[in-house]
Design a protein around this ligand. Structure first.
Ligand SMILES: Cc1cc2nc3c(=O)[nH]c(=O)nc-3n(C[C@H](O)[C@H](O)[C@H](O)COP(=O)(O)OP(=O)(O)OC[C@H]3O[C@@H](n4cnc5c(N)ncnc54)[C@H](O)[C@@H]3O)c2cc1C
Length: 429
């Protein structure tokens, strides 16, 4: 154990990522979490209506999410992810009834776009080059400004994929946020695009193994401890005021603030964070998937976007879902179930037991304006660093971004550069 203690506040994936990297290096870690459980926006819980353990939202990972994979390898959670073992994406079109399977080849050279059976019906190889404009674009431009956002390939591939990654209408989203996603997944070849799902629940993969890893390394984990205020003296954090008492921060100690952006803005004077957010709608149905149902099915031409087939339920994701949040939950469930029944061949009546979960502030809006408000991890306080999917990771708000932000916070603490001369858009004491 090191002489200093690092207090990590917030046990979402960003905080867990920072904590496990610090513990890996032998640092003394105390993890503080306001809720009774860890995981934040990426967690499992028992839903009493369904009498099932479900996730707060379906989460998709790709094998090219290198920080997520490295985190899972460190804590021992990777075995809890399942996938087809290749870059295979099944799709169904509710409007036309067509089905297809997208199959990028494993290597970097994308020869699959020349093979009609591997690509989207009704498209040509040339259509697949359109997103090169995103890679070449200035980051603050929108996708709608640099790429043609219409036509069969837009409707059937680029729109669903970019919407899933950005959780914001891609047309108004920052090209600079889409570019690294494309570069690190499709641009890296099929071997970076194997879909992966935590079929036994997000907590079993991302949260429980991390907590066990931390406990095994002597970290202290405190639940139900909400940070209410930060006291600073001479350019460093000296006290953390929790709802249940004050924790003194010794001269050599440090703090990783891994709470959501708006919470961090309320704790750190002068901190600019993304302000606009987007919601995600999930509908869960307690029914076993029919034989042969793919783990993940892209659905176009309806309300449903992605259908996840878990052993005990079928779950649908609708990104950028705010426009549906005023609709009655039972009407949403009925409408989504009709679509699920159509694409799975299951009977439309009776509708199985259902649950609709509306996550209102699922991610920050991936627009150029919001991207420009993301702070760097280093702050003007020399012992305070930030982590969270809303910090300047370069990626949209994703598992990969959250985990990378925890790595970045750890790097800042190791290099000791969290002081006023270190970077742009810092919080001021
Ligand atoms: C419905 C949904 C679907 C998603 N789908 C995907 C997907 O398919 N793929 C993907 O990669 N990403 C997806 N995401 C995004 C991903 O879940 C997030 O980017 C990631 O979980 C954010 O982690 P975080 O640690 O930055 O923030 P959070 O998870 O918000 O963690 C912050 C933590 O801080 C705690 N906290 C708050 N205030 C305080 C306080 N004052 N004191 C102490 N603790 C506090 C909170 O309780 C929480 O545990 C999805 C998100 C949602 C909501």
């Amino acid at each position: 154990m090191s002489a200093r203690t690092v207090h990590v506040v917030g046990a979402g994936l960003a905080g867990l990522s920072a904590a496990v990297r610090l513990a890996e290096r032998g640092e003394t870690v105390v993890l503080h979490e306001a809720a009774k459980a860890a995981g934040g926006r990426c967690r499992s819980y028992h839903d009493s209506t369904l009498d099932l353990v479900i996730d707060n939202g379906n989460h998709l990972l790709l094998s090219g999410n290198r920080s997520a994979m490295s985190y899972l390898d460190l804590v021992g959670g990777r075995g809890a992810l399942e996938g087809p073992g290749e870059a295979t994406f099944d799709f169904a079109d509710l409007g036309t009834g067509e089905r297809w399977r997208l199959r990028p080849n494993e290597g970097r050279l994308p020869w699959w776009i020349f093979v009609p059976s591997r690509r989207v019906p009704g498209t040509s190889a040339r259509d697949y080059l359109a997103p090169l404009a995103i890679l070449r674009s200035r980051p603050e431009r929108t996708i709608g400004e640099v790429m043609r956002c219409e036509g069969p390939l837009w409707e059937r591939l680029w729109h669903p994929v970019l919407l899933a990654a950005l959780n914001t209408d891609p047309r108004i989203s920052a090209a600079g946020l889409a570019a690294p996603v494309l570069r690190e997944t499709l641009g890296a070849g099929g071997r970076a695009c194997h879909p992966l799902v935590a079929t036994g629940g997000l907590s079993a993969a991302f949260v429980d193994p991390a907590l066990a890893y931390l406990t095994g390394r002597g970290a202290e984990i405190r639940f139900g401890t909400r940070l209410r205020g930060i006291q600073a003296t001479e350019g460093r954090v000296s006290e953390l005021a929790f709802a249940d008492g004050v924790t003194e921060i010794g001269p050599g100690d440090a703090v990783v603030l891994a709470v959501p952006g708006p919470v961090a803005a309320g704790l750190v004077p002068g901190l600019a964070v993304p302000e606009a957010h987007r919601g995600i709608l999930n509908a869960h149905f307690r029914i076993a998937p029919p034989p042969g149902q793919p783990l993940l099915l892209g659905v176009v031409g309806g309300l449903s976007e992605w259908l996840f087939a878990y052993p005990d339920r079928l779950s649908v994701t609708v990104s950028d879902g705010d426009r549906w949040f005023d609709e009655p939950r039972d009407e949403l469930a009925r409408r989504i179930w009709q679509e699920v029944a159509t694409v799975t061949g299951l009977p439309a009546e009776p509708m199985p037991p259902w649950q609709v979960v509306k996550e209102k502030r699922a991610t920050f809006a991936a627009t150029p304006a919001e991207a420009g408000r993301r702070p760097a991890p280093a702050t003007a306080y020399r012992n305070l660093v930030l982590a969270g999917d809303w910090t300047a990771t370069g990626l949209p708000a994703t598992i990969e971004g959250a985990i990378r932000s925890g790595e970045a916070a750890n790097s800042v603490l190791q290099s000791g550069v969290s002081r006023s001369s270190s970077s742009v858009s810092k919080a001021s004491p």
